[in-house]
Ligand binder design. Structure first.
Ligand SMILES: [Fe+2]
Ligand SMILES: [Fe+2]
Length: 129
């Protein structure tokens, strides 16, 4: 079965913890997509919780590297957590509600990885030059 959220090598940051966690977020999103609208609420809750776990871990890694843009990055994370919180609170058990949640989450996470998490990866790479 083709995956709704397909992992691409373009998304790799080179940090194995971050990359594994991003892949797990994709896996959860795919599980939501493939489960019925009335059965996916627990997986939506897991996605919400795991996103928090991931953001905390990523921020700790960024702090270790003294990433100068950490404060701004944290604000972006806070915004997504509050969006996800609203989406899961307002979730109604319909296919449309499930697909809206996935579309918003999917757009956000892919843009965030490509534009923000990879900016951090480039910063780390520049230290190693
Ligand atoms: Fe991030
Ligand atoms: Fe991330």
């Amino acid at each position: 079965m083709s995956q709704y959220f397909e992992w691409k090598s373009d998304y790799e940051t080179g940090d194995s913890t971050v990359d594994e966690q991003h892949q797990y977020l994709f896996k959860l999103a795919n599980r939501i997509k493939s489960s019925g609208a009335s059965e996916c609420k627990p997986i939506i809750m897991e996605l919400y919780q795991y996103t928090r776990v991931h953001f905390k871990a990523e921020e700790e890694i960024m702090a270790e590297f003294k990433y100068p843009a950490l404060d701004d990055h944290k604000k972006l994370h806070v915004n997504l957590i509050s969006t996800l919180n609203n989406l899961s609170d307002n979730y109604v058990e319909t296919k449309n509600s499930r697909d809206d949640l996935l579309a918003i989450f999917g757009n956000w996470i892919i843009n965030h990885i490509l534009n923000e998490d990879l900016r951090f990866a480039n910063f780390v790479a520049s230290l190693e030059d």
